[in-house]
Structure formats: structure tokens, C-alpha cells
Design a protein around this ligand. Sequence first.
Ligand code: Z5A
Length: 214
Amino acid sequence: MERLITFEGTEGCGKTTQIRMAGEYLGQRRVPFIITAEPGGSALGNRIREILLNRGPYEINAEAELFLFMAARAQHVRETIIPALRSDKLVICDRFSDATLAYQGFGRGLDIDFIRQINLFASASLKPAMTILFDLPAEEGLMRAKKRIAQNGKEASAEDRFEQETLAFHRNIREGYLSLARGEPGRFRIIDGSKDISAVHREVCVHMEAFITG
Ligand code: Z5A
């Protein structure tokens, strides 16, 4: 079984916070691992990330957006994820193929079956063995993300292409993730992301422990 674990959820659901804490936990358990993220995880992926997340002096339509995410994934999988798995490392990835189904499929309304097909191509048919989904109301996640942007003092135009989307868009994505989880209950673990950070971390540890000892 591929030792790829993905963390997924809507904007501001707490994935990044929880991945950092999961990394500390794996370190204490002396499990070799890497943490990586999409879009990104390679030099090319990071360049594509800048195009995708920052608002530039151009429009990106839904179809172009889909292929940019796929290009970043194709590079990331072959340059970073597969080599790490081959050297027996556990790979924790902040977003992966499910994010494309949720955002470009359920969010933007592109064809889900087509996305599934090109996901397989981009990811070299790699599937996560376990996906932890942090579920919370879209309003709450957006509030957290906006607070964080304000705290970081970012310009309103930076890294906000997705934050600027309507509440309905983010609600569709939440529903999309929940429907993906219902379709594959053996792979998904759903955690209530509205609980406090340490309560969520305890639940993550239960799933990580079951995974590494299972
Ligand atoms: N995207 C896509 O459309 N298609 C794809 O195929 C892929 C991605 C792969 C990536 O942006 C964007 O790309 C993403 C989907 C799209 N856009 N959106 N939306 P990103 O990587 O910059 O951002 P993100 O993945 O959405 O994550 P995020 O906004 O950084 O949020 P997060 O990682 O889920 O949460 P966090 O950073 O851990 O926490 C956010 C804030 O909440 C922070 O201040 C924390 O201290 C706080 N926090 C965290 N947990 C809690 C709890 N439990 N209680 C209270 N406060 C908390």
C-alpha cells in the first residue's frame, strides 16, 4: 500500500496547522516522513502556485485553472512524492487529487468524470491510502483565513483568488468533499474542524497511529 496521506478541507479548515503538529508527532514516533503541499512541492509547482493563487493582470478561466493544477501535480508526483515513497518515507500532502474534484468539479462546475481521468494521468495513478478531511462551515473557515491574512499584513490583492469567491462557492466545495467522503468511506476520516486545535490534533493522532501500526 502506498504510504501517502492527504489532508483536505475547505479554506481555513486548519489543515496546515494540523500537518505541522502531525509532523511533530511522527518525529516523536521516529517514522521517516516528508510533508509537502499542492499546488507546489517542486520548483515548477511553486511557480505555478504563484500564478494560481495570486491575482495577476490576467484572467484564468476554469479550464485553464484545471490544467495548471494538473501540471503542478504531474511534476510534484514524479519529482517529490514517488521518490519519497520509494525511499520508504511516509508522505503527508496538504491537498491532492480530491481538492481538484472539490474545487474545479463541485466548485467551478467542470465535469467530475473528466477530472477523475486527468487526475489519474497527472498523479501517475497514485491514490492516497488515507485522507483526513477537516469539515467545518464555510463561513467559519473563511473568517479564519481572512483573519490570518489581516494578521500577516498581506495586501488585499495577494494570495486571494480563492478567498474572494462567493460563500456559495465555498459551500459547494464543502458539500463536494462530504460527497467524496461518502463515496469512499474506507479512505476518508472526517474530523470536525470547528473543535479547538488540540482536540482536532488528538483525533489526527488516533488516525495516524492506526495507520502506522495497521
Ligand atoms: N486548489 C484547487 O482549487 N484545486 C486543487 O487541485 C488544489 C488546490 C490542489 C491552495 O491555497 C488553494 O488552491 C486552495 C484550494 C485550491 N484555495 N482555497 N480556498 P493555499 O494552500 O494557500 O490555502 P489552503 O489550502 O486553502 O489552506 P489555508 O487557507 O492556508 O488554510 P488551512 O491550511 O486549512 O488552515 P490553517 O492555515 O491551518 O489555519 C487557518 C487559520 O485558522 C490560522 O490562523 C490558524 O491559526 C487558525 N486555526 C487553525 N485551526 C484552528 C482551530 N481548530 N480553531 C481556531 N482557529 C484555527
